[in-house]
Design a binder for this molecule. Structure first.
Ligand code: LFC
Ligand code: MG
Length: 430
């Protein structure tokens, strides 16, 4: 039952020193400390349930997102949860259209990351109150209600409320691929060891970071292909490193390793550039994947219209939460483009599994060319970590959006006063 007035909005700067082990490293982000702006919503309802929401950040960036969450907090504070979900589109719009804050977005960048964290907490609270995991809340929702969560502004030329529909299907785990064997900063030995282990645990789809040095890429890709064999699926990720012609040239050299896609070959803003790359790489059987840094549904719309991507990668924490992701799932369905979510970071796997499971049951009803990213870091800090079986995400059973972190983990990793950072900063003489 939906109830309660939001009585407290708090936000924490939670950071994990992952850069020390080169976990998460790629061609552009060489020292990522996986972090989260972690929002907690409390209500005056007697059920005592709290909503937890995150957005994924890297180290210092968290400070700025935390400020943005605080700046948005007045839109949430003292609101009745029934009013929020009763007009979720209106509430979404209120957050994204704040007359002063939208100037530093709109609907992108820091302010949008903060919006996602806040809305993720609202969705978590709603699902918890309904005693359902988020994916089930979405699947069971009356289609009209579901559509009333989406802001169709700017995308009505390709998708209108009347066109969307619901399909029902049962599912048993959503196929996943692993990225955590082949971060750019990992040595060849480590890569070899992790790939061999992953293969033994049943993984059949692998992603490798590329883009900093061609000879290194060739060596690493050869190493991986030798371990996984010709039949398994391999994806490559350049994290925006190249210019457009460079991307085509570089990928022509890596084509022999038969990648299914090249991810983020160039600036995430360059829609036409992605289209050019897609066209050039199509004869080599390589698709273009992007989305983890796509600002909002408008850019996704244009990427789809321009045939600029063959694999669409939603992100649970960069777009405006479930609300905006729903609109992108429906557009992807309409354009016949498979959705393969970005995950990893802090909690991105925990959140996005709900969206992709919903997508399968109610929107795409297909697993062809579809899989969800899995990264094997930091799950131990979540109260309800993802469950992977046979390289597939098993649908979570607990109520909520799986956003809640363990209190102890938040305490320890809060920046700069948590135990982990206090020790670390003291060792550095700060
Ligand atoms: C800094 C991060 O680890 C990124 O490299 C990561 O999100 C990556 O692009 C991915 O696809 O998982
Ligand atoms: Mg990526």
């Amino acid at each position: 039952m939906v109830q309660g007035r939001i009585s407290r909005v708090s936000v924490h700067d939670v950071r994990f020193p992952t850069s020390l082990g080169a976990h998460g490293s790629d061609a552009m982000h060489t020292d990522p400390d996986y972090s989260a702006a972690y929002v907690i919503l409390e209500t005056d309802a007697e059920d005592g349930l709290k909503g937890h929401g995150i957005t994924f950040t890297l180290g210092k960036g968290t400070e700025i997102v935390v400020c943005a969450v605080n700046a948005l907090a007045h839109h949430v504070l003292n609101k009745d949860l029934r009013d929020i979900v009763g007009d979720f589109r209106g509430f979404y719009r209120q957050l994204t259209s704040d007359g002063q804050l939208r100037w530093i977005g709109p609907e992108k960048g820091v302010v949008h990351l903060a919006t996602a964290a806040v809305l993720n907490a609202v969705w978590d609270l709603w699902a918890k109150q309904e005693r359902k995991p988020l994916w089930k809340l979405l699947v069971d929702m009356d289609p009209r209600m579901l559509l009333s969560c989406i802001d169709f502004r700017y995308i009505t030329d390709v998708l209108t409320e009347e066109e969307a529909y619901e399909e029902q299907m049962l599912m048993h785990g959503y196929p996943a691929y692993t990225t955590s064997c082949a971060w750019l900063g990992y040595s060849d030995d480590m890569l070899q060891q992790l790939c061999t282990e992953a293969l033994k645990s049943g993984w059949t789809r692998f992603k490798v970071k590329v883009g900093a040095d061609l000879q290194d890429d060739i060596r690493r890709c050869r190493l991986i292909r030798d371990i996984i064999g010709p039949e398994k699926t391999l994806m490559m990720d350049a994290n925006q490193r190249w210019d457009v012609p460079e991307a085509v040239e570089w990928m022509s050299k890596l084509a022999e390793f038969k990648p299914l896609w090249i991810e983020e070959p160039t600036s995430p803003d360059d829609i036409l550039g992605h289209a050019t790359i897609s066209k050039a790489l199509a004869p080599l059987g390589i698709g273009v994947a992007t989305g983890e840094q796509c600002h909002n549904r408008v850019i996704f719309k244009q990427l789809l219209q321009a045939k600029a991507l063959q694999f669409l990668q939603i992100d649970s924490c960069r777009l405006g939460s479930v609300n905006e992701n729903l609109s992108v799932l429906l557009m992807a369905k309409k354009f016949g483009v498979p959705v393969c979510p970005h995950a990893g970071g802090v909690g991105l796997c925990e959140l996005v599994q709900h969206l992709i499971i919903f997508d399968f049951i109610s929107v795409s009803a297909s697993l062809t060319n579809r899989m969800c990213e899995y990264v094997d870091h930091l799950h131990e800090h979540f109260k309800y970590p993802v469950i992977i079986k046979n390289a597939s995400y098993m649908p979570p059973k607990e109520a909520g959006y799986s956003t809640e972190m363990k209190e102890e983990s938040v305490k320890k990793h809060q920046y700069p006063d948590g135990e982990v950072w206090k020790k670390f900063l003291a060792a550095q003489g700060n």
